[in-house]
Design a protein around this ligand. Structure first.
Ligand SMILES: Nc1nc(=O)c2c([nH]1)NC[C@@H]1CN(c3ccc(C(=O)N[C@@H](CCC(=O)O)C(=O)O)cc3)C=[N+]21
Length: 288
């Protein structure tokens, strides 16, 4: 029995259609959702991601502004720009593309973004609300994973979810979103002894490590749901995830490919958070 492949592009399109309707309704009330994207330096991958994000915005009718800076930009200059954008009513989301140059402290930068415009869900206020199961902006990749499972009608409550990786932007928040949905969560990371003994018990595996072929068929339970958040290049320079797809798909129940899995959902959730922010701002203004 071969796994069914979860089509991230198709699911992303489904949610983008929903967003289109919401954006239309906002526009009828005179509100255009606005996203400011800040990119510092000339990291090639960052430029290509930012391009994808802005294209997705323009396809949906979200206003986007790009602020491009040389890597010599000072931290104070960057903070100044963020403070300016915090004050602008037509900007509902501020995204500072990571990674930043060495001389800029990403924690300070993230903390300068107004929590009401933190569409990446990286601000400590957003994280605190997520951990205490309150409504807030959730980190886009973990949120995209949850929305994918929802679309596929994959049950989460009571299931054993094994998260591989504990980064602040993917692994850690993913565990909290699953916990909020009443899953039993195990985190594995670089110091975990015998990782395979955990993954073999998982109903759902979310891998966000960044190591090609980390997960093989022997590491999973038959029928398990495999969500691959890894982004690696294999020997021939092709994009691949953490999972040995060809091998694992013969044993898994459902599996996401790379590319065309979680990636398109990440961008869709950025749009989702931006629209949510515009709706909140509009409602707050109406309620004075
Ligand atoms: N402040 C900030 N917020 C981010 O959300 C953020 C960031 N910084 N820095 C970099 C990472 C990376 N990231 C991706 C988004 C979409 C795809 C994506 O759509 N990938 C496509 C393939 C793209 C390709 O072909 O190269 C896919 O998986 O199908 C990948 C990666 C957002 N990030």
């Amino acid at each position: 029995m071969s796994a069914s492949i979860i089509d991230g592009k198709l699911i992303a399109d489904h949610y983008r259609q929903q967003l289109k309707t919401q954006i239309q309704q906002l526009k009828e009330q005179g509100v255009v959702p606005g996203l400011a994207v800040i990119l510092v330096g000339d990291n090639h991958a960052s430029h290509s991601y930012v391009k994808m994000k802005r294209k997705a915005c323009s396809n949906l009718g979200i206003h986007s502004e790009l602020y491009l800076y040389e890597s010599t930009l000072t931290q104070e200059e960057l903070l100044g720009k963020i403070r300016e954008l915090n004050e602008q009513d037509h900007i509902h989301g501020i995204l500072v593309q990571l990674p930043l140059p060495e001389h800029i402290n990403p924690i300070t930068v993230i903390e300068t973004i107004s929590p009401s415009k933190d569409v990446d869900g990286f601000h400590p206020v957003s994280i605190g609300k997520m951990v205490t199961n309150q409504d807030t902006f959730y980190s886009c990749t973990p949120l995209g994973v949850m929305k994918m499972l929802e679309y596929e009608n994959i049950p989460v409550e009571g299931k054993h979810v094994v998260i591989l990786g504990r980064s602040n932007i993917v692994g850690k928040p993913a565990g909290h979103l699953f916990l909020n949905r009443n899953a039993t969560v195990t985190y594995c990371h670089s110091k975990t002894d015998n990782m395979s003994s955990f993954t073999q018990q998982a109903d759902i595996i979310v891998s966000a490590v960044g190591k090609a072929n980390l997960i093989g068929a022997r590491d999973i339970k038959p029928g398990a749901v495999i969500i691959d958040v890894g982004m690696n290049r294999n020997e021939d320079g092709k994009l691949c995830g953490d999972v040995n797809f060809e091998e694992v798909k013969e044993k898994a129940g459902k599996i996401t490919p790379v590319p065309g899995g979680v990636g398109p959902m990440t961008i869709t959730m950025l749009l989702y958070n931006t629209v949510k922010s515009a709706e909140w701002a509009h409602r707050n203004r109406q309620n004075g």
